[in-house]
Design a protein around this ligand. Structure first.
Ligand code: HEC
Ligand code: HEC
Length: 266
């Protein structure tokens, strides 16, 4: 039997253990949502390794002549990324009669140019090929192409949605956290990063998803997790419009996805 003193010590020990555990869990769950630029060197390595793997997966898809039924790979028609122009997206596609992100365009390409099956948007393959084609455009300045009036209309729509509390249920808009139209960061219990230039650095490894995600998925995460909203389809016009707005504030930033250097991989 324990005497009173021993029991108190035991209870105290138990309480301290629980406290330590809670602090640990809180620390890691916060750390896991931090954007890349706040990552520790160890997390940067995890991200770099995952991006390298996804890039390799994307390269294999790009060179695969068995994607569809006509024996053509993306590389057959676009050697070294010729004519893929990822830096000019989102872009109005006359043939689709809508504004399209690079991922939406790839689905059109695989079906109509390689006679293959479309990818599920957000899947590992879809994101790998998006990462690879964006990678081929690295170093080029971002500039959305297409008919000016349509492009400007979509940017205005995205800008409106950025300030709209209707995407969620907690009364917040993107602007509540990503203040000054996304150009300034703010500490609001969280660190909401400035979003200028963000379209140049996605697809990117996400510590939340534990894999490479597209910007469409990142926007969806904020809608569901930060605004308590309903998850949208990745080709939903609202997501594409928000993407257009973010691309407009990222104009002239140089494409720079999967900037893996060897120090990240050690
Ligand atoms: C049979 C040849 C062929 C194959 C195979 C092919 N493409 Fe294309 N692709 C084209 C042509 C031609 C265009 C230009 C069409 C146009 O003017 O919009 C194009 C356009 C594109 C564009 C849009 C470029 C822009 O300026 O907006 C992207 C992105 C693209 N292809 C990616 C791919 C990917 C990824 C694959 C592999 C899944 C692929 N293509 C396979 C011929 C091909
Ligand atoms: C309640 C605050 C909040 C709201 C509302 C919010 N975000 Fe975020 N957002 C954040 C935080 C904090 C991060 C940093 C990563 C994290 O903690 O998840 C972030 C990260 C991002 C990123 C990734 C930035 C990077 O550098 O990788 C994008 C893109 C983004 N948000 C877009 C949006 C869009 C678009 C909306 C509106 C649909 C929105 N956010 C709404 C807080 C918010």
């Amino acid at each position: 039997m324990f005497d009173n003193g021993q029991r108190k010590i035991k209870i105290l020990f138990l309480l301290i253990s629980i406290l330590v555990l809670v602090v640990f869990i809180l620390f890691f769950s916060c750390a896991s949502t931090l954007p890349r630029r706040f990552a520790t060197p160890e997390q940067k390595k995890i991200a770099a390794r995952a991006e390298k793997k996804a890039l390799e997966r994307g390269r294999k898809i790009y060179f695969n002549t068995e994607l569809g039924s006509n024996g053509r790979s993306c590389h057959s028609c676009h050697p070294a990324g010729e004519m893929t122009n990822a830096q000019s997206y989102p872009r109005y596609k006359h043939i689709l009669k809508t504004m399209a992100t690079i991922s939406i365009t790839h689905n059109f390409a695989v079906v109509n140019e390689s006679m293959g099956e479309p990818w599920i948007l957000g899947s590992e393959d879809a994101n790998a090929i998006a990462l690879y084609v964006q990678f081929l455009a690295n170093g080029k300045p971002l500039r959305m192409a297409g008919p000016n009036n349509i492009r400007d209309e979509w940017i205005a729509r995205g800008k409106f949605l950025f300030k709209d509390t209707g995407l969620g249920t907690n009364g917040k808009s993107c602007e509540s956290c990503h203040i000054q139209s996304g150009s300034k960061s703010k500490t609001d219990g969280h660190i909401a990063p400035a979003l200028k230039g963000v379209t140049a650095v996605y697809p990117q490894y996400s510590f939340d998803h534990h894999r490479v995600i597209t910007l469409e998925q990142r926007i969806n995460s904020c809608i569901t997790k930060k605004q308590n909203g309903t998850e949208l389809l990745l080709n939903d016009e609202k997501i594409v419009a928000l993407y257009c707005y973010l691309a407009s504030i990222s104009k002239n930033f140089l494409m720079s996805v999967a900037r893996i250097d060897n120090t990240d991989l050690d």
